[in-house]
Design a protein around this ligand. Structure first.
Ligand SMILES: Cc1cc2nc3c(=O)[nH]c(=O)nc-3n(C[C@H](O)[C@H](O)[C@H](O)COP(=O)(O)OP(=O)(O)OC[C@H]3O[C@@H](n4cnc5c(N)ncnc54)[C@H](O)[C@@H]3O)c2cc1C
Length: 443
């Protein structure tokens, strides 16, 4: 009998601006009592909710229970910048940094499958274009180095026949209202989501078919002959099959220890403003150098806001403090003012951090890890898409639904082992910081 006591639960830092401006339209239910089900899903992020939707498609009459430690959209799933990206994010210096051309094509096909799954959900659950916007995105360059990275990226995309368009400084000014950028590279396949609205809309679409319990952390998971029993604060769920969509917290369930990097990244959202030089109503910029700043403008009801995301830190305690948050928000203020001097008197209204989970060899922590226990974890930083896919694939694997996509997705090595702590902490943070400093004006 396997018994796992979960000692560490997710801890959030700051309030996500996306969540703060999003409205919730279904009540919070908490597990109270002992229930049994055909399926238990743990974690209501992209992975867990996508697994739930996929299971509903494959096994419409099965009972599915989903347990979430916190509240829907208050965790990382409602804290991200909302870029659902189809073409790989990790292209650098004109080279595919982790993969060959063939592997990159596979990755693009996987990303597009996830985006199309998300698009079907968005349509079925009635999400508006403000929540799910297939607008594409621009990789913005603010330095000569950034311009070179974009030029190499464009060449790489051309080689594999991917649509893209270079944007000059004048057009960047027209789009963003800022003279900060020297150029950009537009790719049309990305979808921009309002992450908290998307996650809430997704959960709202499922609540009549899936029992979703929030504030119901799994504190213990035990194997009882041929079923699993998950114990929460005021009840338990027994099910023969369990899908874990807890991202880096999979370690707290006793798996992949010493193989996952717990990375935090940080974001700030301005107060609403009107009538400033910030260009069009909506735009979305990724940095030409992946270690730079992601900057996005949204507009609702005649007022606009800008969201800026920068910095990465490795924190193996899977928690960051308010002091760090405030320090990075001060840096983000400088980055924002440099781009938009006209916004100097518009304060940040929300400042927050959120967790990513990376592996050294860029693979997910995926598969049947014990009999009847499936992992859809470790999203390698792009979970809006990768965790959506992992959730779908975990449901396919657990129901025996075979496909080429599942074969390829399952055929990946385990996340590689990291050096022991504190060596990993020291090494990873040093590399990140050097790369961030090299990003210069892109940050
Ligand atoms: C500031 C920021 C910007 C980002 N920008 C982007 C972006 O633009 N594009 C992109 O693709 N990605 C982005 N990301 C990353 C993205 O948010 C994550 O990759 C994604 O949320 C991962 O989804 P997930 O479902 O795997 O995990 P999560 O969203 O972390 O969901 C896991 C869930 O499991 C729950 N859980 C954990 N332990 C337990 C337990 N014991 N019991 C019950 N529940 C538990 C957690 O509470 C959580 O809700 C960003 C992240 C941050 C922080």
């Amino acid at each position: 009998m396997s018994e796992i006591v979960v000692k560490r639960l997710p801890a959030e830092s700051g309030t996500s601006g996306w969540e703060a401006i999003s409205r919730r339209c279904f009540p919070v239910r908490t597990l109270d009592g002992d229930v049994s089900a055909d399926w238990l899903i743990i974690g209501a992020g992209f992975a867990g909710l996508s697994a739930a939707r996929r299971l509903r498609q494959l096994r419409p009459s099965d009972r599915i229970v989903l347990l979430e430690a916190g509240e829907i959209a208050k965790g990382t799933a409602g804290r991200n910048s909302g870029y659902m990206i189809d073409v790989p994010h990790n292209l650098s210096s004109g080279e595919y940094s982790v993969a060959s051309e063939a592997a990159t094509k596979t990755e693009i096909a996987q990303n597009r499958l996830a985006i199309s799954f998300a698009a079907d959900a968005a349509a079925e659950y009635g999400m508006s274009v403000r929540t799910f916007d297939p607008s594409g995105k621009i990789n913005a360059a603010a330095s000569e180095r950034g311009m070179k990275l974009n030029a190499s990226y464009a060449r790489s995309l051309a080689r594999i026949g991917e649509e893209h368009r270079l944007v000059d400084a004048g057009e960047m000014r027209e789009i963003t209202g800022s003279s900060y950028y020297l150029g950009g590279l537009y790719t049309p396949g990305a979808v921009m989501i309002q992450p908290a609205d998307y996650i809430r809309g997704f959960a709202a679409g499922l609540v009549s078919k899936v029992d979703i319990f929030e504030h119901s952390p799994v504190l213990k998971l035990e194997r009882l002959s041929d079923t699993w029993r998950a114990v929460s604060r005021r009840g338990s769920v027994t099910a023969p099959k369990v899908i874990l969509g807890v991202n880096g917290h999979i370690e707290d369930f006793g798996h992949f220890h010493g193989r996952l990097m717990h990375i935090f990244t940080y974001a700030s959202m301005t107060a609403p403003f009107t009538g400033r030089s910030t260009g069009k109503d909506r735009w979305a910029l990724l940095p030409a150098d992946p270690m730079g700043a992601t900057v996005r403008k949204i507009s609702t009801d005649g007022a606009s806001r800008i969201v800026i995301r920068t910095r990465f830190t490795y924190d193996w305690a899977v928690q960051v403090g308010e002091k760090r948050l405030a320090g990075i928000a001060a840096e983000q203020r400088i980055s924002l003012d440099a781009r938009f001097p006209d916004l100097k008197d518009v304060p940040f209204e929300h400042v927050w951090a959120g967790r990513l989970c990376l592996s050294r060899n860029h693979v997910p922590a995926f598969g049947e890890i014990e009999a009847g226990l499936y992992s859809a974890c470790c999203e390698n930083g792009l979970g809006t898409v990768k965790s959506t896919l992992a959730g779908v694939m975990a449901a396919d694997l657990a129901t025996g639904t075979r496909s080429d996509m599942l074969d390829k997705f399952s055929d990946q090595p385990e996340p590689a082992r990291l050096p022991p702590e504190p060596l990993a902490w020291l090494g990873v943070n040093s590399v990140i910081r050097l790369q961030e400093l090299r990003a210069g004006r892109e940050g």
